[in-house]
Design a protein around this ligand. Structure first.
Ligand code: SF4
Length: 404
């Protein structure tokens, strides 16, 4: 979401005559787009801000703006804390500063990326006990389907071939709109756009994923066979303490329904290790679930208490940093083995790769199931669909070639 918002800001500034420069030293205007989802991300943003404080002392004429989830409702406190910041605006809010006014629905890049993000819903109503996002991005606010379709069409005219629908919880899309369209309706509508080849969406919430949505993934040809479905933990007591609204068994049943409807679906997930009260037994329940489901990818993160959240107020952060690190490592090692086996099955198969660019003399892009694929070829494949026969696989990427 932050990356998508940064791209839009970049497009807005370029449309007003600004040019990108290599670093802050050369810049007239610097915008920090912050993330505070974990303490490590917040520290990165704070370090950047400290560097800017020195720079601003040296060059007071430079303008500094701060956005993203570091910007809370308490602007007065922020102004006191960061007096060298000239402008604060909340995540997803329009940029109006230095005579630049962002129009509605915002500026689109003149040259769209092959795979372009489109925000469909902002905010979240879930209040998972560990998560700061609802406090910073507010409650769910969906964009009307017609506005999203117009944006997708414009992006396609400007070069996009795939759109990635974004939201903190895309599965509850539309519930706040008068006609209550859902994500399945939206996918159906976007599936009809000429020149658009692929549609993806993230992130899903297991408790909000409907059968209608599963049917839409199965039946709409442009919707790719890949879902990111964060499980966060495989232990029912931890899931309840997190306020996730499902049990491990209910999650497994949902995965079974997805796999039944779309047998070739690739699944990825997010896991938080070291949530308060996660002892060895409870952590092992998470490992057991990961082993049972066999995801294509797992993103494991260490729990860190976020201010304002219920978990930070109610629970003691009782798992040591070293233990959290050990658990992340265990998850990653197990996952590398599982993904290695899953990807090895693709050897010899032809994958349709949407080519995004070239790196170190090789073309790269993604398969429909979102696997990163590299191949060498003398032709120009940029923005095209390449039929790549997979020859080498690893847990993280695939390599192949185009057979003549
Ligand atoms: S659904 Fe996601 S964004 Fe919303 S509160 Fe839970 S973790 Fe945070």
């Amino acid at each position: 979401m932050n990356q998508a918002e940064s791209e839009r800001l970049e497009a807005l500034l370029e449309s007003r005559g600004y040019l990108p420069v290599p670093g802050t030293e050369e810049a007239d205007l610097i915008i920090i787009n912050s993330c505070v989802v974990r303490r490590s991300a917040e520290n990165r943003a704070l370090n950047k801000l400290m560097l800017l404080r020195h720079l601003k002392k040296k060059c007071p004429e430079k303008k500094v703006a701060l956005t993203g989830c570091l910007v809370s409702d308490d602007l007065e406190a922020l102004k006191q804390q960061y007096p060298f910041v000239d402008h604060f605006f909340k995540a997803g809010e329009k940029f109006c500063f230095e005579g630049i006014t962002d129009s509605d629905p915002g500026e689109l890049p003149a040259q769209a990326s092959v795979s372009s993000p489109v925000t469909i819903i902002q905010g979240c109503n879930n209040y998972c006990t560990y998560c700061i996002v609802p406090y910073r991005r507010g409650r769910e606010k969906s964009r009307p389907p017609a506005e999203i379709a117009r944006e997708a069409e414009t992006l396609v005219v400007r070069g996009a071939r795939e759109i990635v629908l974004l939201g903190q919880n895309v599965d509850s899309y539309g519930q706040d709109l008068p006609e209550k369209p859902d994500l399945a309706n939206l996918l159906e509508m976007l599936n009809g756009i000429n020149g658009l080849w692929r549609i993806r969406f993230l992130t899903s919430h297991p408790k909000d994923m409907s059968l209608r949505l599963i049917e839409a993934i199965a039946s709409l040809d442009k919707v790719c066979e890949k879902v990111n479905l964060p499980v966060q933990a495989g232990d029912d007591e931890i899931l309840a303490a997190m306020g996730r609204g499902y049990t491990a068994e209910q999650y497994i049943t949902l995965v079974e329904s997805l796999r039944k409807a779309v047998p070739e679906i690739a699944l990825t997930t997010d896991v938080i290790v070291g949530f308060p009260g996660e002892d060895e037994r409870r952590f092992n329940n998470t490992l057991r679930l990961l082993r049972r489901i066999r995801f294509d990818g797992v993103h494991a993160a260490m729990y860190s208490p976020r201010p304002e959240t219920l978990a930070a107020k109610k629970f003691v952060d009782d798992v040591s940093k070293d233990e959290k690190k050990r658990r992340v490592k265990l998850v990653e090692e197990m996952q590398a083995e599982i993904a290695g086996v899953i990807n090895a099955r693709l050897a010899g198969q032809k994958q349709e790769v949407l080519v995004e660019g070239r790196k170190k003399g090789r073309w790269y892009g993604r398969s429909r199931s979102d696997k990163l694929v590299f191949f060498e070829h003398s032709g120009n494949w940029s923005g095209r669909l390449a039929p790549v026969t997979i020859e080498n696989t690893s847990p993280w990427s695939l390599k192949g070639r185009i057979k003549q």
